[in-house]
Design a protein around this ligand. Structure first.
Ligand code: TMP
Length: 409
């Protein structure tokens, strides 16, 4: 596919990360014959959407063994509880006001909405996490969101005051179908709120590890404006948030329903200044990705030559792109992770063993690559002992750097 998924204009090839496995395809044993696809990005200079060129079929990514669970981070739990509070306080005024969450995962946000006594429904395609939501008493439709699903909901007279999605809309290849679905079931004065990794942040931080099979689009206001105008929708507010290493929360309504906010105008202005609508920005981003690949290889080879033990922290989905593109699996003894679904498995294609947290605490290693860099604050707070014992962190966002205790004091 070389044309824009949205406007069919010819795409400009930006990144070519090579053969890549499914980011969350953690393996039960070493497996050298995994499904791979060519991970490449393209930029559309007509509608400004930065996107994947090819994406594997959805059933390869979202299924019974989907490994991501919202409850793996205390900060994320708090984040979703705050989202529920924000929705309840700002947008729920009538007892009939209903909330729909698209991609509700294991139900942290809806659980809180439920506690506030607000009517709600979740849609979640991955059966294992959908079941977790059902176990805590939530009403869940185990399916992908689509216009067809929205029409079924409409037949059951479900209109929503708030439709919310977190880190989900960038997963949906057919945004035209999404918009058609949203317009079918959003109340006239309803608000569609979604938050996704923010393209401006990815470009500024060179955080190319956000690019993997599940993330088919990388959004900014400039590109989303072009999409929504086709569906009588518009962004009226936007809020930069810390999740996923820098995200944007977009507030969307039918055209003209709510006044545009100052912070929306400021963000738009910043995007124009950052030239998110220009090819040169993306070509330059690719050069930065190549430099990071070169630098991490130099750094790790040097440390290994000096007989240092190197491990990883957080077997994140993002790390699959980083490890395979940079080809650094050979340097890493194991990766520590707290998610039960990943422990004792192997990383996709690079086959690095994933061990439980106690292995990290007990083993003697002087360098740890922080793959869960988006949780850096939480992790550094928790790992003061590692620093005290002379441990060093290797980070690669926005550039490759070794952080020792002195460095953060
Ligand atoms: P995420 O970046 O997609 O949220 O994934 C974070 C991964 O890192 C997840 O597998 C859990 C793991 N993790 C730890 O192992 N320890 C931690 O302290 C945190 C915050 C995350």
């Amino acid at each position: 596919m070389t044309n824009c998924r949205l406007c069919n204009n010819k795409l400009l090839l930006i990144n070519n990360f090579g053969e890549m496995p499914i980011a969350n395809a953690f393996q039960n044993k070493v497996n050298n014959a995994q499904f791979t696809f060519n991970l490449q990005t393209g930029f559309c200079n007509k509608c400004f959407m930065f996107q994947l060129i090819d994406q594997p079929p959805p059933e390869k990514m979202f299924h019974q063994d989907y490994a991501f669970s919202t409850r793996s981070s205390m900060f994320m739990i708090k984040h979703f509880q705050n989202v529920a509070k924000m929705i309840k306080t700002n947008f729920i005024s009538d007892p009939d006001d209903n909330v729909l969450e698209i991609g509700c995962n294991d139900g942290v946000m809806l659980e809180q909405i439920q506690k506030y006594g607000v009517k709600n429904i979740g849609v979640e395609p991955s059966a294992n996490v959908a079941e977790k939501s059902q176990e805590i008493g939530l009403e869940i439709i185990n399916d992908f969101f689509s216009e067809e699903l929205a029409l079924n909901m409409k037949n059951n007279s479900n209109y929503f005051k708030v439709i919310y999605a977190s880190n989900v809309i960038c997963h949906l290849p057919d945004l035209n179908d999404l918009c058609k679905g949203i317009t079918k079931i959003l109340k006239k004065d309803g608000i569609f709120i979604f938050e996704e990794p923010y393209l401006a942040s990815i470009i500024k931080k060179n955080s190319f590890d956000q690019i993997y099979d599940e993330h088919v689009y990388f959004y900014c206001i400039l590109s989303l404006n072009n999409l929504f105008q086709n569906y009588n929708l518009e962004i009226f507010d936007s809020e930069e948030i810390w999740t996923h290493g820098g995200s944007m929360r977009y507030f969307v309504s039918f055209k003209g329903k709510y006044p545009k906010t100052e912070r929306f105008r400021n963000s738009l202005h910043k995007e124009v200044k950052l030239k998110l609508d220009r090819e040169e920005t993306y070509l330059n981003f690719n050069k930065n990705c190549e430099k990071i690949k070169y630098d991490i290889n130099q750094t790790l080879a040097d440390l290994k030559n000096k007989n240092n033990e190197i491990v990883g922290y957080g077997a994140t989905s993002k790390s699959t792109t980083f490890i395979n593109y940079c080809d650094i699996g050979k340097y890493i003894n194991f990766i520590s992770d707290t998610s039960h679904s990943k422990i004792n498995k192997f990383t996709p294609l690079s086959n690095i063993p994933i061990k439980d947290y106690s292995s990290f605490q007990e083993s003697c290693h002087s360098f740890t690559i922080l793959f869960a860099w988006n949780h850096m604050k939480e992790i550094f707070k928790k790992e003061t002992e590692y620093f005290d014992n002379g441990g060093n962190w290797i980070v690669y966002v926005p550039e490759v750097k070794i952080i020792s205790k002195e460095e953060i004091e």
